[in-house]
Design a protein around this ligand. Structure first.
Ligand SMILES: Cc1cc2nc3c(=O)[nH]c(=O)nc-3n(C[C@H](O)[C@H](O)[C@H](O)COP(=O)(O)O)c2cc1C
Length: 359
């Protein structure tokens, strides 16, 4: 996107091209994007989203039907591009298992034997669901799938956490790049799991660098949760913004109350990036477990998805008990800016407020 294009023209062109009323996208959030949230965002002119990594094909199709039945709004569906099969290390997993036993129920011997939904079958379900856009994270879709997406008129939004990843995504045919700054809540989209905690680029540096490096539109993600953030992202060259944590306190998100309330009182320095929940680096509230598991004397987490299986009993028990300290409570650094008003109001306030800032 040429720098010289006026800020609003760029954003409005993007909205028009994607059939949106406003250049605001709900971020795909696995486990935290029920149809109700996408319906509300879509009604306000934004783009809904489904984080489908853990969903079976039939659940993906049911999600899409429910959103379509709820309104006219478009949506994206998102998958993680799978990492190579994890290397297992029984002794290291034993150490994690006994550490976790101090934070929750005893961890079953087979807890790390996680079977993820089959990626190829999920991809077929995505094509069948035929959303406005399909997004990727942690890698790139295979060329044959990109061709099939394109043949159906589905756009590919590719998440990148570095300029190098953004260039690779554009070369592979992405229609837009989602530049994910390290402020972002949830999993980092780094293509190489080993770099996810090293290449921690903030959005203020990443966004203009990606805008300068690619010709396709760039969508800004990470730490945007109020009109100032939306306006700043557009000034730095974004064509649209993608917001996750900023929607988590809306009633339509149905987040566990403990987690939603904790977002409201979290300063930027109250989150951390850790592999301790899933084995893949993700930004979480700095809960007691997250802090302990990143301490020098804690055992290194197992790779994804083994660690996800090992921590499951603790996470489930903590969620059931409403105990924040052992919950998986993803949060971006701007968590405290998240509004608890209905999502449609949040979308309107973000956009009208951004227009006021830009004026
Ligand atoms: C609860 C939660 C779950 C997430 N799950 C996914 C996911 O499945 N796929 C993905 O690409 N990004 C996921 N993300 C990252 C978001 O798509 C987005 O990059 C991030 O929310 C933007 O930063 P923000 O939270 O500060 O708005 C998740 C984020 C959160 C908070």
């Amino acid at each position: 996107m040429p720098q010289s294009r006026p800020i609003l023209t760029r954003a409005l062109d993007f909205s028009k091209a994607h059939g949106l009323g406003v250049p605001i996208l709900l971020a795909p959030m696995a486990g935290a994007c029920p149809p109700s949230l996408s319906i509300a965002v879509g009604r306000a002119g934004g783009l809904g989203a489904c984080g489908a990594v853990l969903m079976r094909p039939e659940d993906i199709l049911a999600w899409a039907s429910e959103v379509r039945a709820g309104g006219e709004g478009g949506f994206q569906i998102n998958l993680w591009v799978p990492d190579p099969a994890p290397a297992r290390n029984a002794r290291a997993e034993d150490a994690v298992r006994s550490f976790l036993g101090r934070w929750g129920p005893e961890v079953a011997m087979d807890a790390g034997d996680v079977r993820l939904p089959d990626f190829a079958t999920q991809c077929e379900a995505l094509l069948e669901a035929s959303p406005a856009a399909i997004s990727s994270v942690m890698g790139l879709y295979p060329p044959a799938f990109v061709e099939r997406m394109r043949a159906r008129g589905i756009r590919w939004l590719a998440t990148a956490t570095t300029v190098t990843e953004a260039r690779a995504a554009e070369d592979a045919g992405a229609d837009a790049i989602v530049a994910q700054g390290m402020e972002a809540g949830g999993h980092r989209g780094a293509f190489d799991a080993a770099r996810a905690e090293v290449d921690l680029v903030g959005l203020f540096a990443l966004l203009p660098a990606v805008v300068d490096a690619v010709k396709v539109p760039v969508i800004a993600a990470g730490g945007i949760a109020d009109p100032r953030g939306v306006a700043a992202a557009l000034v730095l060259g974004a064509s649209a913004v993608q917001i996750g944590t900023g929607f988590l306190r809306c009633p339509e998100a149905n987040l566990p109350r403990t987690w939603a309330d904790a977002l409201a009182r979290s300063l930027p320095e109250h989150t951390l990036v850790t592999r301790a929940f899933s084995g893949r680096a993700a930004r979480s509230l700095a809960t007691a477990y997250a802090r302990a598991a990143t301490g020098a004397d804690a055992p290194p987490p197992a790779p994804y998805p083994v660690q996800r299986g090992l921590t499951r009993a603790m996470r489930d028990a903590a969620t059931k008990a409403g105990d924040l300290e052992g919950m998986q409570a993803w949060a971006g650094q701007s968590a405290a800016l998240a509004s608890s008003r209905p999502a449609a109001e949040v979308v309107r306030e973000l956009w009208e407020g951004a227009l006021t800032v830009l004026a």
